[in-house]
Design a protein around this ligand. Structure first.
Ligand code: AMP
Ligand code: AMP
Length: 227
């Protein structure tokens, strides 16, 4: 009897452990991805300002993405952990200004935050629960004033073109870490500054040099559009 009971407990513990393991995915670090709204909005695809109004002319958060050193990344890790706005109600006004949606039709941002939480956030749930995930991204953005780093080096959102090396150097000098720069193209097919990737350790607390950069290339001359 005693022996059987012990086995039952062991079995229960094992299934519990497996459930936890299945819901948690491995990752080594995060990309903190920030986006220039002018470059999201001046492409062939339309953008729409959020219902709270036109965002300020600053970089906005796109996401905090768990990644692996081999360049791969987990996604959509936990269907049992849907986005729950009531868990982050204290962060809503900060999210509206720092993590603004630009998707159409115009909306309050919940759709964008839901997508980011469900695709990426659920993959770092072992380290950051929903409230901490959003609070961590907001705190990291505050530590990295990209627009100030760029403008201090004379790189302004004025529709002019700058070199990739000047942009990278300005951010390295201002923020302390080497960024990855992602470009997209405007309606005239000019390469422009779209997103800036910085790396963060798996705790979400510290910026680090990137263990691996995403693939992709900008033109040598990169436009910095107005917004
Ligand atoms: P992800 O799936 O996290 O790699 O993000 C890509 C998706 O986010 C695409 O569907 C984009 O259209 C969308 N997206 C990117 N920037 C924004 C934004 N500022 N507002 C709303 N959706 C966005
Ligand atoms: P390449 O121009 O491909 O020879 O790259 C030279 C260095 O710049 C490598 O360390 C690349 O990882 C890095 N690099 C290339 N493109 C980018 C980019 N868009 N943003 C940041 N670093 C880049």
């Amino acid at each position: 009897m005693e022996f059987k009971g012990f086995n039952l407990i062991k079995l229960l513990l094992l299934t519990q452990c497996l459930t936890v393991l299945c819901a948690s995915e491995d990752f080594d670090f995060f990309y903190l991805v920030q986006q220039w709204p002018g470059s999201y909005c001046d492409t062939m695809k339309a953008c729409c300002y959020p219902t709270s109004g036109k965002p300020v002319a600053n970089f906005g958060i796109h996401g905090l993405w768990p990644n692996r050193k081999d360049g791969s990344y987990p996604s959509n890790c936990d269907p049992n952990s849907p986005f729950n706005p009531s868990e982050i109600s204290d962060l809503t006004s900060n999210l509206q200004s720092e993590w603004p949606t630009l998707a159409c039709p115009s909306n309050d941002g919940t759709g964008f935050w839901t997508h980011e939480w469900e695709k990426h956030g659920t993959c770092s749930e072992s380290k950051l629960k929903q409230h901490d995930y959003f609070a961590t991204a907001l705190a990291l953005k505050q530590k990295t004033n990209l627009l100030k780093a760029l403008t201090s080096a004379g790189i302004k959102p004025d529709g002019e073109s700058y070199t990739l090396s000047a942009i990278k150097e300005a951010i390295k000098k201002g923020v302390g870490f080497t960024p990855y720069i992602e470009c997209n193209v405007d309606k005239s097919r000019n390469s422009q500054l779209y997103q800036v990737y910085l790396c963060v350790d798996a705790s979400g607390l510290n910026l680090i040099e990137c263990p691996v950069f995403p693939r992709g290339q900008c033109g040598s001359s990169i436009e910095f559009p107005t917004f």
